[in-house]
Ligand binder design. Structure first.
Ligand code: HEC
Ligand code: HEC
Ligand SMILES: [Ca+2]
Ligand SMILES: [Ca+2]
Ligand SMILES: [Ca+2]
Length: 454
């Protein structure tokens, strides 16, 4: 039986009886294909690593080359591997894939452990200091690393509406072995977990107008939810552009996000970020040999971007399960979809025809929301304030455990399940959180079944 037919068959009549209205005219549940034509029907450990099914010929070959640049370690300059050197002097990891593990999500450290590669730390302060805007806890020989970063998890108990206790945890960050003198007293530290890489080309292909239509900065419709777009400098054009990527939507496109990662996370220059990540107070860093100018040439950067653009989205599973369908209704009743917008269309003029005019189901508006004081990092980023975060897409959520063998969520990985993530929601999402918390345990199970089907 063809895949399409088997979906039809497995949907059966239950969807009709329940009156769930997500069927296509032809009877195919379109919300199974979360990434439109960029959807793959795989659910194993490599579910996040597949290219778009339609990617062919030279585009497919470039995807493989990009994969290799994403996965293999960069080395210290000078090296015989001339096209792959220039790592550091300061860095967090040697490869993109060290943090975006299996094209999925990073993991935060255990209690009292050194922060590993899945979690990085953005910093800022009104006072001058030599540490830049990100802490690099690794360095090449002869250059002091900036710090050793220890995360301590502090428990916090909450009680659900029916009296069930849930133990949450929040990170306390300890910066030790500072390599360049004391840090300012007003330092703001923002831990950031490496997010999954799926469907990013589709998110990049959504027209700015589509995102702006979802904004409601003054909450004119009075539902308590006000999303607004971040606007950030697009270095290629010198103009402000809508931010889409990163936990605060502080990067406008995949090229700048990737070039920013090369420099900030691995110490590799590109034409977009040509200057090594060493400040005036870091002289050993400034004097270290370079691996070319830039170290990652335009061709290599484009291959990595091409790779990021065409990682597909796994299809939903179990969407015909009655529990999942009940959970889906609860998701809407709780107004989760006020921010985790179920679907939208990509634009018609996109980087590649495969990305155009796709109905996608990212479960995000890519907009910034005030998430309340508990999640605040107090560190502004572009237009994003210290309490605002970009709604993360929820597609792929249920496969996180299969791909990465963990279920850590939220910007700093504090949540150990989707339920914990919901219970941290505050600010504009407080009403949704309270709704969830008021549900019976049977309803909460259905709710989670739906989330796991994504
Ligand atoms: C040290 C860990 C680390 C390394 C290495 C790393 N990343 Fe990331 N990546 C992150 C983190 C953390 C974020 C979120 C950043 C933020 O919120 O500002 C991120 C965000 C992204 C995003 C945006 C995803 C989204 O959903 O918004 C893309 C794309 C990306 N990285 C690509 C890359 C590429 C390409 C490389 C290699 C050149 C790379 N990353 C290397 C940790 C890393
Ligand atoms: C006001 C907007 C808003 C509403 C309403 C909202 N969310 Fe979120 N959600 C966010 C933002 C923003 C984040 C990221 C917060 C962070 O990382 O600190 C988030 C994070 C999450 C995450 C973790 C995702 C990840 O990749 O780490 C889950 C799961 C989630 N939300 C589920 C829900 C559910 C279920 C509901 C309804 C009960 C809901 N959200 C309602 C905005 C919202
Ligand atoms: Ca370098
Ligand atoms: Ca730094
Ligand atoms: Ca509103």
């Amino acid at each position: 039986m063809s895949r399409r037919l088997s979906i039809l068959a497995s949907l059966g009549v239950s969807s009709f009886i329940l009156g769930v209205s997500f069927l296509h005219a032809e009877g195919v549940a379109e919300d199974i294909r979360l990434g439109g034509e960029g959807t793959v029907f795989t659910e194993g450990p490599d579910a996040f690593a597949a290219p778009f099914p339609g990617l062919a010929g030279i585009d497919r070959l470039r995807f493989s080359s990009g994969n290799s640049l994403f996965t293999s370690n960069w080395v210290i300059a000078p090296a015989s591997a001339a096209g792959r050197d220039g790592l550091g002097p300061l860095f967090n990891a040697k490869a993109c894939a060290s943090c975006h593990v299996e094209d999925g999500r990073g993991a935060p450290p255990e209690n009292g452990q050194e922060a590993n590669q899945g979690l990085l730390f953005r910093i800022s302060s009104s006072a001058g200091h030599p540490y830049g805007d990100q802490l690099q806890n690794q360095a090449i020989p002869g250059v002091p690393p900036e710090a050793s970063i220890i995360v301590e998890w502090q428990d916090q108990n909450v009680t659900l509406g029916d009296g069930s206790p849930v133990k949450l945890r929040r990170p306390i960050v300890h910066l030790q072995q500072l390599g360049y003198g004391p840090l300012p007293d007003d330092l703001q530290v923002s831990p950031r977990l490496a997010p999954p890489m799926i469907g990013l080309g589709l998110l990049e292909a959504v027209d700015p107008s589509t995102l702006l239509e979802m904004e409601d900065p003054d909450d004119k419709d009075g539902d308590g939810i006000s999303g607004r777009a971040n606007f950030v400098m697009d270095r290629a054009t010198g103009q402000l552009a809508i931010g889409r990527f990163g936990w605060k939507a502080n990067q406008p496109n995949l090229k700048q996000q990737s070039a920013g990662a090369f420099l900030g996370d691995m110490g590799l220059t590109t034409h977009l970020f040509p200057i090594e990540n060493c400040s005036d107070g870091q002289s050993a860093c400034q004097q270290a040999p370079q691996g070319g100018q830039p170290e990652v040439d335009e061709k290599q950067l484009d291959l990595v971007v091409h790779y990021a653009r065409f990682l597909s989205v796994p299809a939903r599973r179990s969407s015909d399960d009655p529990a999942v369908q009940r959970g889906r209704r609860l998701f809407v009743e709780a107004r989760c979809d006020g921010c985790h917008r179920m679907s939208m269309k990509t634009g018609s003029e996109t980087a590649h025809p495969l990305l155009a005019n796709q109905k996608i189901w990212p479960y995000s508006d890519l907009l910034l929301h005030d998430m309340g004081p508990e999640l605040a990092d107090h560190r502004p980023d572009g237009l994003a304030t210290g309490v605002e975060w970009r709604t993360p897409p929820l597609w792929g959520l249920g496969l996180n455990e299969t791909v990465n063998r963990h279920r850590f969520f939220l910007h700093d990985g504090r949540a150990r399940s989707p339920e914990e993530a919901i219970l941290w929601h505050g600010g504009e999402a407080q009403a949704s959180r309270n709704y969830y918390s008021s549900l019976s345990s049977a309803d909460r199970n259905d709710f989670q079944a739906f989330l796991n089907s994504l």
